[in-house]
Structure formats: C-alpha cells, structure tokens
Design a protein around this ligand. Structure first.
Ligand SMILES: Cc1cc2nc3c(=O)[nH]c(=O)nc-3n(C[C@H](O)[C@H](O)[C@H](O)COP(=O)(O)OP(=O)(O)OC[C@H]3O[C@@H](n4cnc5c(N)ncnc54)[C@H](O)[C@@H]3O)c2cc1C
Length: 807
C-alpha cells in the first residue's frame, strides 16, 4: 500500500466512490479509497435505488439534479452500466397534501424541473396496479428514476480508477493521526498513509471514524425495511417509482414484482453500542412485526400485494441524522478532515451531486452552492449526547413523510439549554420554540388580544401563527419590548494578534477606538458571505463577537481556521457563560434609566458603542445595537446574574408599557427594517454588494479575505440585487423559496418574508436580476400556488433614515 496520498477517502460505498470520481475529474491525483470490506458492502448494496430530485430546498434539489445528469452519462464515460432507468416518479396526494404538491410544482418550476400535476385517473394510467382511494391528485416528475446501487458504485469507481485513483478493498482504518488541530494521516490494518486530507465517507460507521479524529459526527444507524415481491400482473419494467407519503410508503418495480418500503412512525435504531466488526454485505433479521403497519398501508394502495408472493423482507441499517439533513463539509474541530455521511436513505439519489460538492470543497476551499442546511457545522457540541441525538433522529425519521409547515417546531430533545430568564418567560405564557438546543419564546400567549391586529395570514402561514406576534411587534414600535436573547452565540477573540487577524477575515474596518461596535461580514475568497456578525472592541486586544444561535459552531470554525499558529490570538466560546437580555423601543432609555446609575443618554452612549454599566444590582456589558430597528441595548451578564437583569428591567418597565417579545416578532420587525438574516438573505453564494451591504465593506482598509473578488465585482457590476417586494394582498405571506415571476419567467426565489405590522404590508425579499430590480417594477410572487401581484420597493420600508435607532 502507498505510504502517502493527497486525499484518503474512508469508505468504498456509493458516496466515497463518487468523491473519488469527482476529485480525479477535477485533476487531483494520488487519491486513495480505503474500504474495510468490498465496494458497496455497507448500506449501498441493499438500497432500493429510487432517485427523486425535488427536495425541500433549491440547493438540495440542484444536488439531486446533478446526480441524475451524471447517472445518465456514466455508462458512456466509464463503460460500466449503472443501471440508470429514467422511469419518472409519481407522488400521490390526499386533500391536504395536494396543497403541498401545488407548492412543490411551483417550486419545481422555479428550480428548472418540469413537474406535472395529474388527476387520480392519469396517475392510475401510469401505475395501473394502484387503487385511487383517497387521492385527489398526484405529481409526476418524468426525469426521476431508479438506479442499480451496485452498478452505480462500480461505475463511479471505474471512472475514478481510470483517472488514477487507487481503491483498496479489505483495508480497515484503525486510527487517524491528528496534531495541532490538523489531520496528518491514517493507520490501517495494512499500513499507514500520510495525508493532509481525509474524507469520512463511512456511512453508518461515520460516528466511529469521527471519534478516531476527535470529531463529532452525529449519525445514528437506523433500521430501514422494504419488501420484495414476486412478479405481479400489470407491473412492467418502465413503471414509474411511486411515493404515497400519506400512507408512509414507496414502491418501484423489481423483476416484474414490486419493492415496497416506507418510514414507520416508531422506527428502530441499531448498533448504538457499536457495529459488529464483520458487518459487511450483511442485513439485519427481518422485523415483520414492525413492517406490518407499513405492509397494511402498502396493500391499501396496491391491493395486488395481498396475494403477491413474497421474495423477502430486506432490513438494512442506514445512517440517519438528528434533523434529516446530510452531514457534509470540513469538521469544525479538525482541519483537513471532511465528512460526507448521514444520507437518511437518500444517499443513492444524492451521491453524484454530493461527490461534486465535496470535491469542490476540498479543491477550491468551498463548494459552488450554499449547503448550510447540509453543513456539519450546524450541529453544536450538545449533540455529543448520544441520547439527545437519538431522540432527534427518531423524530426526524418518523416525520419523514409528514407535511412540513413553515415554523413547525421539533418536539424531541426539548428543554436542553435553558436561559436564566426561562422560568420568567414560561410564567409570562411563552410559547416556546427551539434553536441550537435552546428553548426560546416564539410568542407569548398572554399577548394575544393585547392589541387589535388587522392582519391574519392565509394558507400555510396561518398554521403556526398567533395575533400575539402582531401585538408584540406593535408594542416594540410604540413602547418597549423585553427580549430573552441568551441563545445568541457569543465568542471572544483576544491577544496581541487579534486585531490583525480580524481585520483580515472581516470586510468592515475594525481598527476603531475601544468601545466601538462594528457590523460586518466575513467573506470567502469568492466574496460570498460566510458569517454575518457584530464585533465589539471591548479592549485594545479583546473583541466580543455576537452571531445567531444556530451559527456559533459554524462561525467559530470559520474564525479558528484563520487563526495564526503562533499563539498570539485566542478564541473562546462564551455562549454558555453569558446571558443576554434585549431591551428595545422608543421608551427603552426611560426604562433603563430607572435601573441604572450610568449615563445612558445619546451623547454618553451613542448608537454602535459598548459600555460597562449596571442594571439593578448587576454589572453588564451593554451594546447599543439593534436587530429590530429601535433604540435599545443588548445587555450581557454572567449567566448566574441574567435573571436579575431580566427582573430589574421587567419591574421598571411594566408601568411604561414594557411587553415580553418572542422571536417571531423579531423576524417581522427585522424584515420591515431590512435587516438581513444569514442562511436566508445572505449566504456564501451572495456578496455584500449584491446583498445591499456595501456600506459594511471597507475596500480601502488594506487586504482582506474576499477583497479581490469584491474589487472585480465592483468593476464588472453586480448582476443581481437583493430586493424588497411588497405584495398587493397583505394576507398572502410568503415563507421562503417561493418563485418571483416577471410574466411567466421565474426571476428569483423569496429569501425571507413576513407581514410588517408597522408598515401594514406583506413584505418579501428576493435576489432579482438588475433588469427587474428597480423600485416600481411590477412582478408576481407565487404564494401557496397562487399568483400574487407584487412590486419592487425602495428599502427599508420602516424608518429609512434610521432616526429611531439613533434616537
Ligand atoms: C433498506 C434501504 C433502502 C434504501 N433505499 C434508498 C433509495 O431508494 N434511494 C436512495 O437514494 N437511498 C436509499 N437508501 C440509502 C442509501 O443506500 C445510502 O444512503 C447510501 O448507500 C449511503 O452510501 P455511503 O457511501 O454513505 O455509505 P455506505 O454504503 O454504508 O459506505 C460506507 C463504507 O464505509 C466502509 N467503512 C466503514 N468503516 C470503515 C473503516 N474503518 N475502514 C474502511 N472502511 C470503512 C464500510 O465498509 C462501507 O462500505 C436506502 C438504504 C436502506 C438501508
């Protein structure tokens, strides 16, 4: 075995082979794939092989579309037949599901996929052995299909080998060498290989492989079953695949019979104490009792199953994740250690596109798509608890085929991270949501009925909504709101090299006097926005960085990867150490004055400055910033004194109209003020110039990461701009990804949207080509499959001169 490689890929399943295929296609050599058994011997060989493209987000859909394009050309390219059959797919819908399908058909159009909506009779014509009970329609995607998982793995491996990749079977990785936060090699039962890049594509073993490197990979092996029948009259080879989500089952043809599998509501995890050493090309014993419920549902859709002879019940384990999304990218803990695992029974469909994404990530430093929802850095340290990860994973599996409504919350693993204000907010009637493991008020039931709210959203946006959101929004604009913001991710960068490194990784200028707060992005080499945060210079060599609750692990990893190795800069996570209470609204200063002896006047404490003050008995770090567009402060206290800050403000503020505010109102407030949200309005795919954040870029400050790309873009001009749209119908509120159309042409997708309770408008943001980005341009937004006239407007809609935040 060679002793040095440019990249070592652990796992010769469909995903590992696809990564090798794409790395070699990008011109990289000395690629080694290590497989402990034979190729495809993990989850791949027993897969049902369905390949569906339309997914919940555009970039996941693009990945699947890349797979389909690759599978169609693989045989011509490699000489190995992957068994690709573009037979099309059907998805059935009952009444409620039909509105989901209508939305998906519109989304598919936005994504460039042709999806047809069929009547029950048309669906039966395509899949003659099914009954049409309780369906009101179906979606048909003619370019979907199925593939032979073994053939596909062999074809990808052949392509990789033809370009020099070495695929070594019966080679088990035993250890991974890591020092100073970097990977340096792997040790196998056949010898050691030095390398600077390791890819963990070990499927359900990925957690174990991660542990060898000190990396958290929260995959949970789960049993997944499907039945294979003998030939059934009326089943032909070109039968489309069929998904019946309301009955939790899927079907495809197999040698004249059917494969019928599904997602039961009470799934079973497996191998939690370790996967047996000899588990390769093996299955689990069939669990007929557990399959029975799916079997009954499958028969009710395809009655011929009742009398069909059974070939066997396949029970195969597969890697699932706590939120049903993939786990991709460089691990936050170890540089050079990449992960591609957790495919939740979609790894065959995803492998082609995922291989491309990973290869780009390794070769170019970042993928061409924003893959945040698949990024391993979305999982924080609290997922180190196997029990927590398991509870979340079981829920995600069981809900796989449920309709996913906007703002729907997860119920599993709740009450994990509690802020000191938590008991107070519960007592005030908080309706809780969860972010990054934190319990956070979405709204307060006690605020329902507190104000006359003229708005009520239609359709899906009505499901998880309350008039309290509007009342809280108004109270913040008219008096003051109290916010529990402890879930913010907080970190500190200190040391003699702190300013130098921060200047290099941020786009704004941080070389400002102590006590200054700067809003800034951190960019990748292409100028895309990797992080969006505020940086407060608390001392010459001490900076406090605040970012969203869900982004802490991600942003810390981004900063850490740029720190010098000489020890001149330290990065510390303060999230669990500090409580944060927010106070905003026109009466915020009046309230703060009652509980603080410090001068909080505008002269003494202007906008975008940080000071040490006291609130009641507690010494706090007060930041005069806002994400809601009002006068006010974020107040940071040691966690054990956070409740004291909340109590002092609450008691002083009550007589002045202070109201507790939840996160849903934060979203409506920030949106009418035009504040961007990373992962939706701004992403690694979009630059500050496109996003309207040019004011926070200082090209003259000297070299910084992404500057070259921005200089180029400034010269060439932007092709798209993030625009604010107002919908004619105020009760039609978009969520995310709804198409924006110019006539019949889809020109953009909604990035985020809400009703603005102070501007009385339904507001949506979208990136639009500059040709249709001017204020006044009439467009339409398709909300709940309904075309709603809209127009581009000048932004922000609320307080465009920023007088309130500077008051
Ligand atoms: C019953 C069932 C039905 C499915 N149906 C579908 C479907 O219809 N469509 C779809 O898209 N997906 C489906 N899937 C999911 C799909 O099979 C998987 O997502 C996919 O195969 C995962 O591929 P992988 O390469 O990540 O993992 P694997 O195929 O598990 O490969 C990982 C490899 O890593 C190797 N490995 C582990 N540890 C080591 C070590 N220490 N050293 C060296 N090598 C090691 C293993 O031997 C294994 O071969 C199904 C899964 C199951 C179980």
């Amino acid at each position: 075995m060679r002793t040095h490689a440019r990249v070592v890929i652990i796992g010769g399943g469909v995903v590992g082979c696809s990564i090798a295929y794409h790395l070699t296609a990008m011109g990289w050599r000395e690629i080694v794939v290590l497989e402990r058994g034979d190729l495809a011997g993990g989850s791949t060989w027993h897969s049902a092989g369905l390949v569906g493209q339309l997914r919940s987000t555009i970039n996941l859909t693009r990945i699947m579309m890349d797979s389909v394009a690759l599978y169609a050309r693989l045989e011509g390219e490699t000489g190995v037949d992957p068994g690709w059959m573009p037979v099309g797919s059907l998805r059935l819908a009952s009444e409620e599901r039909m509105s989901e399908l209508r939305r998906q058909a519109v989304a598919a159009r936005g994504y460039g996929l042709s999806m047809e909506l069929l009547s029950p009779r048309e669906a039966v014509a395509l899949f003659p052995v099914m009954a049409d009970d309780e369906i009101v329609g179906a979606a048909y995607l003619p370019t979907d299909g199925r593939v032979d998982p073994n053939g596909l793995t062999q074809a990808l491996a052949a392509g990789a080998r033809a370009r020099g990749a070495e695929i070594i079977r019966q080679a088990r990785v035993l250890k991974i060498a890591v020092s100073a936060g970097r990977v340096h090699g792997v040790e196998t039962d056949q010898g050691a290989i030095r390398t600077e890049v390791v890819v963990n594509a070990a499927g359900m073993w990925a957690r174990e492989i991660g542990r060898m490197a000190g990396v958290l990979v929260p995959v949970v092996p789960m049993e997944h079953q499907f039945l294979v029948t003998k030939p059934i009259a009326g089943v032909s080879r070109d039968l489309p695949t069929l998904r019946d989500p309301d009955r939790l089952v899927y079907f495809r043809e197999e040698v004249g019979g059917l494969v019928a599998g599904g997602y039961e509501p009470d799934p079973a995890a497996w191998g939690l104490d370790g996967i047996p050493d000899d588990f390769t090309h093996r299955l689990l014993p069939p669990n007929w009792d557990r399959f029975e419920q799916l079997g009954r549902l499958a028969i009710s859709r395809v009655p011929a199953l009742r009398d069909a002879g059974i070939v066997r019940l396949i029970n195969g384990p597969e890697a699932f994740t706590p939120d049903g999304g993939f786990l991709l990218g460089e691990a936050p803990e170890v540089r050079g250690f990449y992960v591609a695992a957790g495919f939740n029974a979609h790894g065959i469909a995803a492998a082609g596109g995922v291989g491309k994404v990973l290869a780009e990530w390794i070769v170019e430093g970042e993928p061409h798509l924003d893959v945040w929802r698949m990024d391993i850095r979305r999982f924080g340290r609290h997922y180190r608890s196997p029990r927590y990860a398991l509870a979340k994973t079981i829920e995600a599996y069981a809900r796989h085929y449920e309709i996913h409504y906007p703002f729907q919350e997860s119920d599993a693993g709740r009450r994990l991270r509690l802020s000191p204000a938590y008991p107070r907010t519960v007592a005030l009637g908080a309706v809780m949501g969860e972010k990054g493991g934190w319990e956070r008020p979405n709204w307060y039931a006690s605020n329902e009925g507190a104000a006359e709210i003229e708005h009520e959203p239609r359709g899906w946006m009505r499901r998880f909504w309350s008039p309290a959101i509007g009342a809280e929004h108004r109270a913040t604009r008219e008096a003051a709101g109290l916010f529990d913001f402890t879930s913010f991710s907080k970190m500190e960068v200190t040391g003699p090299g702190a300013l130098r490194v921060l200047q290099y990784i941020t786009a704004n200028d941080l070389d400002k006097p102590v006590g200054t707060i700067t809003y800034t992005s951190m960019l990748n080499a292409k100028g895309g926005i990797e992080c969006d945060l505020t940086v407060s210079r608390l001392a010459a060599e001490r900076f406090l960085i605040i970012t969203g609750a869900a982004f802490g692990t991600h942003d810390m990893a981004w900063i850490r990867r740029h720190l010098p190795a000489d020890g001149s800069v330290h990065l510390r996570d303060l999230t669990g150490a500090l409580a944060c209470v927010g106070l905003w609204g026109p009466r915020a200063r009046e309230i703060l004055r009652q509980v603080s002896d410090d001068d909080v006047s505008n002269d003494a404490f202007p906008f975008l400055t940080a000071r040490e003050i006291t609130v009641g008995q507690v010494a706090v770090t007060a930041l005069r910033v806002t994400y809601v567009g009002e006068l006010g402060w974020e107040l940071y206290a040691p966690i054990e004194m956070g409740a004291g800050v909340w109590d002092a403000l609450w008691e002083a503020g009550r007589p002045l109209g202070l109201v507790p505010i939840g996160y849903r109102a934060v979203d409506t407030l920030r949106l009418e003020k035009g504040y961007r949200y990373w992962s939706a309005d701004i992403t690694p795919e979009t630059t500050p110039f496109e996003a309207g954040l040019g004011f926070a870029v200082k090209l003259q400050k000297g070299d910084f990461l992404g500057r070259e790309a921005l200089l180029r873009q400034r010269q060439e001009g932007v092709r798209q701009r993030l625009c604010c749209l107002v919908l004619d119908d105020p009760n039609a509120v978009a969520a995310m990804d709804e198409p924006v159309c110019d006539g019949d042409r889809v020109v953009g997708l909604v990035t985020s949207a809400a009703y603005g309770y102070a501007v009385h408008r339904s507001v949506a943001y979208a990136y639009l080509p500059v040709t249709v980005a001017n204020p006044g341009t009439p467009l339409t937004v398709i909300v709940d499959a309904e075309r709603i006239p809209a127009s581009v407007v000048r932004e922000p809609l609320f307080d465009p001169r920023h007088e309130r935040v500077r008051a």
